[in-house]
Write a protein that binds this ligand. Structure first.
Ligand SMILES: C[S@@+](CC[C@H](N)C(=O)[O-])C[C@H]1O[C@@H](n2cnc3c(N)ncnc32)[C@H](O)[C@@H]1O
Length: 277
């Protein structure tokens, strides 16, 4: 009986969401990021993101292309659940991992905190270290979560935080891929045996933004929630120009973690750049 009631509740909430048109949803500037969004997912620990083999491959890939020595100092900016930070520390590096979310930082400090793996609550705009790091990583499109006009400011902050010739490794979504393959589409996903998410992606061509609506059914409490997220999208040339204007020389670029060349069909922009300052 309870299931029937829950089912009816979910269906009526879903119907309400599904019948709205994305044009009628008002995205405002602050849709860039809701500080609690990732913190809320502490429990599910980003389940789908913890494919141990894929993670190991990503770290191997970064270390292969950014020529850092053992025992290097690494900054993981917007570290999320610390999956890369933790592995880099296990590989012998000294890691400082930062994120906007207080809750995440507290959780990570309790879980992994160590003198060689520190966590600090710090937004991108608050990154102001002085030539400390050999390598900075910013992964999983985290730089897409900040407004376009903050992008170069943040790159300059990363440049000043790196030693001369230090490495920056970034992973961003590739705009042409999004426009061709995702814009205007809906997709379903299921996470951690708990969340059923229906996503709808739109492209705002005037501002080169992704606007995504996620409708999430949480089977733990049968609630239906809507999340709106805006992401700035870049293409390869634009990214290279922005990096150059912030003192970086692009050394290597790839369109995916397999190491394929970047093309319009590549899902990602993976760039290893060196700091000239
Ligand atoms: C897509 S997750 C990626 C996390 C991590 N890099 C990974 O690959 O697992 C994006 C992260 O960016 C953080 N974030 C969003 N806006 C931020 C900002 N303005 N400054 C610092 N971190 C931010 C979020 O809290 C979240 O943990």
């Amino acid at each position: 009986m309870k299931h029937q009631k829950d089912g009816a509740k979910i269906i009526s909430s879903l119907k309400a969401f599904l019948h709205q048109r994305i044009e009628d949803i008002s995205f405002t500037d602050n849709m860039y990021y809701d500080e609690d969004f990732f913190a809320k997912s502490i429990e599910n620990n980003f389940a789908g993101w913890y494919d141990a083999d894929a993670l190991k491959q990503q770290i191997g890939f970064i270390l292969q292309h950014c020529k850092v020595t053992p025992n290097s100092k690494v900054l993981d900016a917007a570290c999320g659940h610390g999956r890369h930070a933790e592995l880099l520390c296990r590989r012998g590096h000294e890691v400082l991992a930062t994120d906007i979310s207080d809750q995440l930082i507290t959780h990570l400090t309790e879980k992994y905190g160590d003198k060689r793996l520190l966590f600090e609550k710090r937004t991108f705009m608050e990154i102001n270290y002085s030539q400390i790091f050999d390598l900075a990583i910013v992964l999983a499109n985290s730089l897409g979560l900040i407004p376009r006009d903050e992008f170069v400011i943040v790159l300059n902050k990363l440049s000043r935080s790196l030693k001369k010739d230090g490495w920056l490794f970034v992973e961003l979504d590739n705009r042409p891929h999004f426009v061709r393959n995702e814009a205007g589409k809906r997709s379903w996903s299921y996470h951690a045996d708990r969340w059923l998410v229906l996503s709808e992606h739109h492209y705002d061509s005037e501002n080169r933004l992704e606007k995504t609506v996620d409708i999430s059914v949480d089977f733990a409490d049968m609630s239906v929630n809507q999340f709106l997220l805006t992401k700035s999208l870049y293409d390869y040339n634009e990214l290279c120009n922005l990096l150059a204007s912030a003192n970086f020389i692009v050394r290597k670029s790839f369109g995916d973690w397999e190491g394929n060349e970047i093309s319009e069909a590549s899902p990602s922009l993976l760039i290893a750049a060196q700091n000239r300052l």
